[in-house]
Design a protein around this ligand. Sequence first.
Ligand SMILES: Nc1ncnc2c1ncn2[C@@H]1O[C@H](COP(=O)(O)OP(=O)(O)OP(=O)(O)O)[C@@H](O)[C@H]1O
Ligand SMILES: [Mg+2]
Length: 203
Amino acid sequence: MTTGASRAAESGAAESRATGSGATESGAAESRATGSGATESGAAESRGDELRTAEFRAATAEETRTLGARLSALLGPGDLVVLSGPLGAGKTTLVQGLAEGLKVRGPITSPTFVIARVHPSLSGGPALVHVDAYRLGGFVEVDDLDLDASLEESVTVVEWGEGLVEGLSEDRLEVHIERGAEDEERLVRLSGVGPRWSAVSLA
Ligand SMILES: Nc1ncnc2c1ncn2[C@@H]1O[C@H](COP(=O)(O)OP(=O)(O)OP(=O)(O)O)[C@@H](O)[C@H]1O
Ligand SMILES: [Mg+2]
């Protein structure tokens, strides 16, 4: 796919970041796993916590798209989805599935110099705002991107948004994608954060 190829040229920089983010994330994931039982559950019942995380295995890119399409059924206006995972993990591929499920105008790509795109609905539903924060070094105010869309009325998905966009909303769906043991295998972990997701079954 051209999306992967467009980033291939940058592999020098990408490699080091992929390594760095992997190390950081695993630390964060561990503490979060612990924290969700201890800290967060102050408010949420443990049963609620279980519903807020789910893991899937996608054997092919097509399966990742299908997962994205299924996931889109849970999304509505105002929702924020934060995608993380190393370069080439399949974040954009999953967004392609989301776009398909949401019935918005495509195509979903990873343009090198465009930070965000608005994909209007073809069916009267919410638009999809696709942000790629790869090149943004600091905190993102998506409103500053001056998009021709209202985030309250759109589904916003942000690649490489971890650590940057959490302040945008107290509710967000985190999607983390990692490579599995097989060449095309990907492990996709969903975690719902905030009251919006507290009673939603992600499984
Ligand atoms: N199971 C899979 N799920 C997703 N993509 C897969 C899978 N197996 C193979 N691929 C391939 O891996 C590549 C994933 O590229 P994609 O652009 O979606 O990754 P990305 O995480 O968005 O990368 P970037 O960090 O550059 O934004 C595609 O070429 C896709 O065809
Ligand atoms: Mg991408």
